[in-house]
Design a protein around this ligand. Structure first.
Ligand SMILES: Nc1ncnc2c1ncn2[C@@H]1O[C@H](COP(=O)(O)OP(=O)(O)O)[C@@H](O)[C@H]1O
Ligand SMILES: [Mg+2]
Length: 285
């Protein structure tokens, strides 16, 4: 069996990369990690077979390190979407198997506002949202339009709730801009959700799409704290509907990879069970 080598642009010490290591070894896939540190979680569990396949110590956004990684592997993938899509576009053609997910998909997903526009244009259910300039007046106008509380979000470089600010009164606008470091913003109407669910969806290079069972996620301070798998509800159709929506969302990206699709469960006025599902796509791995 021919061994393929996959290069992984890692973040936060390669915790997700570490999860790839065991299944990759069983499939005879070699991994080379690029992240900061010599003994990060992923590097601890995947020993290079040859000095040519040594892991790389460097930032996943560093163009020269990305090129070095590309020179050692057949295919590049990412642990998190906040990578340098421009450099990935440049190295894509130098790799026998390319970059997955494709740099254009990464570009769409890494800007949450563009991601929402993309999903909406494909008819997927998303919460109401608008672009907001990084000024006090624009933030206050968004709050007047959508009401309070207002969910202000950084368009880029957001994860674990770090790009979110819940505006509860108009006079917090200045503090919100400061907290979100004056990055490009957008606002979402507050969603009074009953619960949060997520589906991991896999898309192959030939376009085949499959999903894992729906799970329920419990967040603490915007960070995923507990996962109940599988998701259980009185109406088993909800879990299937969530999978259909998640698969439909991933089919809009012409790209291979494993995508996490996060959704809000909303109570339908007509029933006391969760039957309407709102969706946001947040993460790609
Ligand atoms: N429009 C919204 N209304 C209410 N709560 C929200 C809204 N958007 C996000 N949240 C809450 O904030 C959490 C993090 O938001 P999310 O967009 O998933 O950011 P991240 O990319 O940091 O995970 C969500 O899991 C949810 O609990
Ligand atoms: Mg999220």
């Amino acid at each position: 069996m021919k061994t393929q080598t996959v290069g992984v642009l890692g973040k936060s010490g390669g915790q997700l990369g570490r999860m790839l290591a065991v299944p990759a070894a069983l499939l005879n896939v070699d991994l080379v990690f690029l992240d900061v540190g010599e003994h990060t979680p992923a590097k601890q569990v995947f020993a290079p077979k040859h000095p040519d396949k040594a892991h790389i110590n460097g930032a996943f956004s560093d163009p020269s390190k990305i090129r070095e990684l590309a020179s050692k592997v057949d295919v590049l993938t990412v642990e998190i979407e906040h990578v340098n899509a421009e450099i990935l576009e440049k190295v894509e053609s130098s790799l026998p198997l390319g970059v997955h997910p494709s740099p254009s998909t990464i570009r769409t997903i890494q800007d949450k506002f563009v991601q929402k526009q993309h999903l909406q244009s494909h008819g997927l259910p998303v919460s109401e949202f608008i672009e907001v300039e990084s000024t006090v007046e624009a933030v206050q106008n968004a709050a007047r339009k959508f009401g309070l509380p207002l969910m202000l979000k950084s368009r880029t470089l957001a994860y674990d709730g770090r790009g979110n600010y819940v505006l509860r009164s108009l006079d917090q606008a200045d503090e919100a801009l400061h907290t979100l470091k004056h990055r490009p913003l957008y606002a979402e109407k507050w969603v009074p959700f009953l619960g949060e669910i997520a589906v991991m969806v896999v898309r192959s290079t030939s376009g085949e799409v499959r999903s894992y069972p729906t799970v329920q996620t419990i967040h603490k301070d915007n960070i995923c704290h507990l996962v109940f798998a599988p998701f259980r509800s009185r109406d088993p159709a909800v879990a299937n509907r969530a999978r259909c929506i998640a698969e439909a969302a991933v089919k809009t990206f012409k790209s291979a990879g494993i995508f996490g699709v996060e959704m809000f469960l909303l109570q339908d006025g007509a029933s006391d069970e969760f039957v309407r599902v709102f969706l946001t796509v947040d993460d790609v791995a």
